[in-house]
Design a protein around this ligand. Structure first.
Ligand code: SF4
Ligand code: SF4
Length: 332
């Protein structure tokens, strides 16, 4: 019945509005196609699982992360966390304004933020890797914004992986964008994301997500519960008080206030990635990778050799749709 209120709208209109509102990148994915191709069929998180009515187009919005903090090398620098949190807040406001605009035209719409995880999936284990309702990097690939890299981070031609994403679901009758089929990633021959990772979480077209979570959410729920457990189990009253007043507790408090260090954290793999037009502004600061080791280099050599034999890991095959086809001379 909402159809009678609807004003005509085109994909260009939607994208123009999103850019006017401040989005740096915008693409539109086909919700039905995403329903048919969930990134993890064993745990499908599809647009139709969020809404049975307003899922037919998935508008993916991106805001770039600022270059100044990418040039700060320490992964745990709190200035980085705060700057990124501001980018998330800004993009969430842009998404909400886009929703209101669509609804004024007669199209009900819903935001999928980058920070909201499904509480029904939580199994009383603070270290459990939690995911958003929809995988936003996969949605961005479906919307034509880029492809996934060696550690499954989204790479865009404009800003490489240095973007934050949201999605707006709405059943608009507009032309969706097409997925890019050729990988943007330079593969293990580059491997800079693996070399820079402080958690050593980067795998061959995969990521050890629980290991990564300790760094990308350093003052999140896992840290909060473990620190409170430490305080509670301390029998010496003076030491208990010191733990309560410690720097860790101070950082937890600050992180709870704004989400900086909870919904933002390590992004070293994104900072050092040479893909993206913006990298020229970063290169001089990020050329040297302090975290690199001989063991990491040897693992990359093994990956390159495996690819030369066309011996790609199972995970690549499962994710090929979003990683894209590899260009041998670039990725091996
Ligand atoms: S976010 Fe940090 S810990 Fe996670 S893969 Fe990237 S560099 Fe590694
Ligand atoms: S740093 Fe290199 S290997 Fe890693 S995602 Fe970027 S291009 Fe791919």
């Amino acid at each position: 019945m909402v159809g009678i209120f609807r004003q005509p709208v085109s994909a260009d209109d939607v994208k123009r509005k999103a850019r006017e509102l401040g989005a740096d990148l915008v693409g539109i994915a086909d919700g039905e196609l995403m329903n048919r191709h969930p990134p993890d069929p064993a745990d499908p998180r599809r647009p139709i699982d969020i809404t049975e009515l307003d899922y037919r187009r998935v508008i993916v919005l991106a805001k770039r992360l600022n270059s100044g903090v990418a040039r700060i090398i320490a992964w745990g620098d709190r200035t980085k966390f705060y700057n990124d949190e501001l980018a998330i807040s800004t993009l969430e406001e842009i998404s909400l304004e886009l929703v209101y605009w669509l609804e004024e035209l007669g199209y009900p719409a819903i935001i999928v933020p980058p920070t909201h995880v499904d509480p029904w999936r939580y199994q009383d284990d603070p270290r459990q890797h939690m995911t958003t309702l929809l995988s936003l990097p996969h949605a961005a690939v479906e919307a034509g914004l880029g492809t996934l890299g060696l550690n499954l981070q989204l790479l865009t031609p404009e800003f490489g992986p240095r973007v934050i994403l949201t999605a707006v679901l709405s059943s608009l009758d507009v032309e969706p964008d097409r997925r890019r089929t050729e990988s943007l990633c330079l593969g293990p021959a580059c491997g800079r994301c693996l070399k820079a990772c402080p958690a050593d979480a980067v795998r061959h077209w995969d990521r050890d997500w629980p290991a990564c979570d300790e760094y990308r959410s350093p003052y999140g729920f896992a840290k909060l519960t473990s620190h409170i457990e430490t305080v509670l189990s301390e029998s010496n009253l003076q030491k208990k008080k010191e733990l309560l007043r410690s720097e860790t507790m101070f950082n937890l408090w600050q992180s709870i206030l704004r989400g900086a260090g909870v919904i933002t954290g390590c992004r070293r793999c994104a900072d050092v990635c040479p893909v993206g037009d913006d990298y020229q502004m970063l290169a001089d600061a990020l050329e040297r990778i302090e975290e690199d080791t001989q063991a990491k280099q040897l693992r990359l050599v093994d990956m390159v050799r495996a690819q030369e034999r066309n011996d790609l890991p199972e995970h690549y095959n499962a994710q090929e749709r979003w990683i894209g086809s590899l260009i041998p001379e670039k990725s091996a």
